[in-house]
Design a protein around this ligand. Sequence first.
Ligand SMILES: CC(C)(COP(=O)(O)OP(=O)(O)OC[C@H]1O[C@@H](n2cnc3c(N)ncnc32)[C@H](O)[C@@H]1OP(=O)(O)O)[C@@H](O)C(=O)NCCC(=O)NCCS
Length: 258
Amino acid sequence: MIEWLLNSKRPPGDESQWLSPREASRLSQFRIEKRKADWKLGRYTAKVLLARVLLEREGDEPPLSSIEILRKPSGAPLVRLSPDARPLSSGLLPGAPIPVSLSLSHSNAAGLAAVLANEGLQTWHAGADLEWIEPRSARFVEDFFVRHEADAVFSAPEERRPLLANLFWSAKEAVLKALELGLTADTRDVRVTLSRTDEAPEELRPAGGGWEPFTVELASRLKRFPGAVFGFWKQQDGYVLTLSVLSETRPDLSSHAN
Ligand SMILES: CC(C)(COP(=O)(O)OP(=O)(O)OC[C@H]1O[C@@H](n2cnc3c(N)ncnc32)[C@H](O)[C@@H]1OP(=O)(O)O)[C@@H](O)C(=O)NCCC(=O)NCCS
């Protein structure tokens, strides 16, 4: 199940309540107020969700300041138990990575976080994106979309075009986040088709109702993983939310066992 949270509640003003010392030091490096606010909202949303997931899975709910969200060189988030946290009752030690894939997004004063727990040898990569539904220019659609996506936007009734333009854009971003590429890649290399059939296994679907599937075709230069890609979207409170999941099939290690 992909656990997710859309949140517009502001984080507590006392940051020591919910940021680790290392995170607080990173926050102090931001100079632009909007960037600070977005970063805090994304981190807070993700931590509230992670605490819920840890309680459900591990039977333990560490304080938010013990759940540390670091930044990989790609910019993607990495979750660990803070080095000065207490061990979890499941045995997870301070400083250890928490075996989940987290993705987050912020848009127009709201944050979206999605978490997928990884178990065994199968690793899943989650991507999440949030867009405020607003008009996009024809130039934007022509520049960033492939033909069938642009045609789907232009042939829709006028009132539906902002939803579709933001939806295709968001779906591409969610997939590029799951690939940990972000906008370093060409958005036209991720081709999105809205679909009526959901082929994702039950455990890879978003929790809760109202999600619609989309399918993804990746250009060959983006095929980093041999596994499958699944996508989901929904409209809520003036936003479009998208989630994607990518599988990374690890080699079978059983032949190396002795
Ligand atoms: C990833 C990206 C598409 C997100 O764009 P956006 O729509 O402006 O922002 P969103 O709010 O939807 O998402 C931002 C979050 O995506 C995540 N993110 C950033 N780069 C990512 C990547 N390569 N892969 C996966 N997730 C990424 C981060 O968690 C970020 O939030 P944070 O910086 O507050 O932690 C965009 O930041 C990007 O690609 N930038 C260019 C690449 C880049 O500069 N990478 C930094 C390497 S030094």
